[in-house]
Write a protein that binds this ligand. Structure first.
Ligand code: CP
Length: 337
């Protein structure tokens, strides 16, 4: 049960209590069960209620320390993890690779050991190399939460995306979710894919062939029983958008692309940008999502990004609540048999 006393000492019991569930690390959604994802989404509802209060503070993580360790730039993820920890009364310390001893050549291993020696209960890590959080999880006692590793995974982004979809559609099972853009380098797409298939969504991935991961081009669809066997690949954005309940535009990860994937940005935008006209092909109530940061005018038209169907800013707010729920799950002993 969440500790239900606010900073004022008054009871701050949410309308519903979060479900207790223990999870040592949050590295990706591939090892989450549907029930675990559902539990995080339910707990996020409780945390959203805390965020609506005048005094946004509960003592749930009082005495716990959280260190965020960011080797890559971030606005949404870093700030929302910090805000989530502070609202839950944890002590939160932010470390960026720039300005730290990483600049003097300290290895990830030694940096992680140093941070653990400061008794961090939870370490949130963002790293340009895929697998860095998994590496840390192998030898640290602290709970490791992946804040995005290379082109591999971004599990808390996927959880906040799932929450945003469910809060609008009422369900995820059967919803047609179209993810358009740089699939090859998108950790957001990969984690969303795991979450969406586990929750029973109908997923359509859309990109130029050069930005579709080779494992998808080779065809999971011909491998019955594979978790991604039901995922459809489309190279035409018009076809992909037909009947969509959700369209998620992805940023072109120009900092990761080795070059040669696209003729020009202008060409890409002409073929794949989510424009007001293209959006008409989706269902009338379609949700427009983007994990941010956006390249407006490239993968998404500003009119769509800031239009009536956009829930992009809501995704950011939900990101705080989801990360509160993830911290809660990571620090709460499992009382279930
Ligand atoms: N969505 C996301 O990861 O954004 P930031 O890079 O700003 O954290």
């Amino acid at each position: 049960m969440i500790a239900a006393r606010g900073s004022t000492g008054h009871a701050v019991a949410p309308s519903a209590e979060p479900n207790a569930s223990a999870r040592r690390h949050v590295l990706d959604l591939d090892d989450f069960t549907e029930a675990e994802i559902e539990s995080v989404l339910q707990n996020t509802d409780v945390m959203r209620e805390v965020l609506r209060r005048d005094i946004k503070k509960v003592p749930t993580l009082r005495g716990k320390s959280i260190i965020t360790l960011f080797y890559e730039a971030s606005t949404r993820t870093r700030v929302s993890f910090e805000q989530a920890g502070k609202i839950l009364s944890a002590d939160v310390i932010n470390v960026s690779s720039g300005g730290s001893s990483v600049e003097k050549g300290e290895s990830l291993y030694n940096t992680a050991l140093t941070i653990q020696a400061m008794n961090a209960d939870i370490i949130v890590v963002r790293h340009p190399h895929a697998g860095a959080p998994h590496f840390m999880a192998r030898f640290l006692d602290s709970c490791i939460i992946n804040g995005g590793d290379g082109a591999h995974a971004h599990p808390t982004q996927a959880l906040l995306d799932l929450y945003t979809m469910k809060s609008h559609l009422g369900h995820i099972r059967g919803a047609r979710v179209v993810i358009v853009g740089d699939l090859l380098y998108s950790r957001v797409a990969r984690s969303n894919l795991w979450g969406l298939v586990k929750m029973g969504a109908e997923v359509v991935l859309c990109a130029p062939p050069t930005l579709v991961p080779p494992d998808f081009l080779d065809g999971y669809r011909s491998r019955p029983g594979h978790p991604f066997a039901s995922v459809r690949i489309e190279t035409s954005v018009e076809k992909a958008l037909e009947g969509a309940d959700v369209v998620m535009a992805l940023r072109l990860q120009l900092e990761r692309q080795q070059g040669g994937h696209l003729p020009t940005l202008r060409e890409y935008s002409r073929m794949y940008s989510i424009t007001p006209d293209r959006l008409k092909l989706a269902k009338p109530g379609v949700l427009v999502m983007h994990p941010g940061p956006m390249n407006e005018g490239i993968e998404i038209d500003p009119e769509v990004a800031h239009g009536a169907r956009s829930v992009i800013e809501e995704q950011v707010t939900n990101g705080v609540a989801v990360r509160m729920a993830v911290f809660y799950a990571a620090t709460t002993p499992n009382r279930e048999p």
